[in-house]
Design a protein around this ligand. Structure first.
Ligand SMILES: N[C@@H](CCC(=O)N[C@@H](CS)C(=O)NCC(=O)O)C(=O)O
Length: 192
């Protein structure tokens, strides 16, 4: 199985899950500006969507979208729960993808200062809900599950983009940073 990733991008969520769950993944870095992979492939031929993450399975099947890749890798690693908790995990992956991740668009792109300020305000409000809900060590309680990896990636972006992260969210970020699988993934992506 190979994960096409860009250092620090949302593809790191799947990378963290694999590292935390002891699942061996091949990794191939993608330059999102040139659309070339580190071995020189045209990434858009491999994944017509042109963005990371993309996961190729051993039989050549291509899987894209965090909403699919994270549950998939969570199932492979035991980090995706069953029963009602599974729907809670999917609920968080949906929230993080659509209410947090997508609101970073203006901050990454060349938006006006006004649009950036509005995005920061929106992200702050969405994060306040996450912080209120985060009553245990992880989103679903005492154990790390798939959406935690995604939330951690988003909190790293906050630090880089001037979005304030404090209290329980800051504690969650530090907790994640001390986990062996997270450290392994950050090192493999050249981020520490
Ligand atoms: N809908 C996709 C979005 C993934 C996404 O936003 N990927 C970003 C990196 S975090 C990317 O590759 N952007 C480059 C581009 O869109 O060309 C998902 O949820 O997996």
């Amino acid at each position: 199985m190979k994960l096409y990733y860009t250092p620090g991008a949302c593809s790191m969520a799947g990378h963290i899950l694999a590292a935390e769950g002891g699942l061996a993944l091949d990794l191939e870095k993608v330059d999102l500006k040139t659309h070339r992979t580190e071995s020189g492939q045209d990434f858009r031929k491999l994944n017509p969507k042109g963005y990371v993450p993309a996961l190729t399975l051993d039989d050549g099947t291509l899987l894209t979208e965090n909403a699919a890749i994270l549950p998939f890798l969570g199932d492979k690693t035991g980090l995706m729960p069953d029963g009602m908790a599974r729907y809670r995990a999917l609920e968080w992956i949906g929230y993080i993808g659509t209410e947090l991740h997508k609101n970073f668009g203006p901050l990454f792109g060349g938006a006006s200062d006004d649009a950036k300020a509005k995005a920061i305000e929106r992200i702050g409000a969405r994060l306040a809900f996450v912080e209120e809900s985060l009553t245990g060590d992880y989103l679903l309680g005492a154990k790390l599950t798939a959406p935690d990896a995604y939330l951690f990636v988003i909190l790293r972006w906050c630090a880089a983009m001037g979005v304030r992260v404090s209290g329980r969210l800051a504690a969650f970020k530090s907790r994640m940073e001390s986990r062996p699988g997270v450290i392994k993934a950050l090192k493999a992506e050249g981020l520490i």
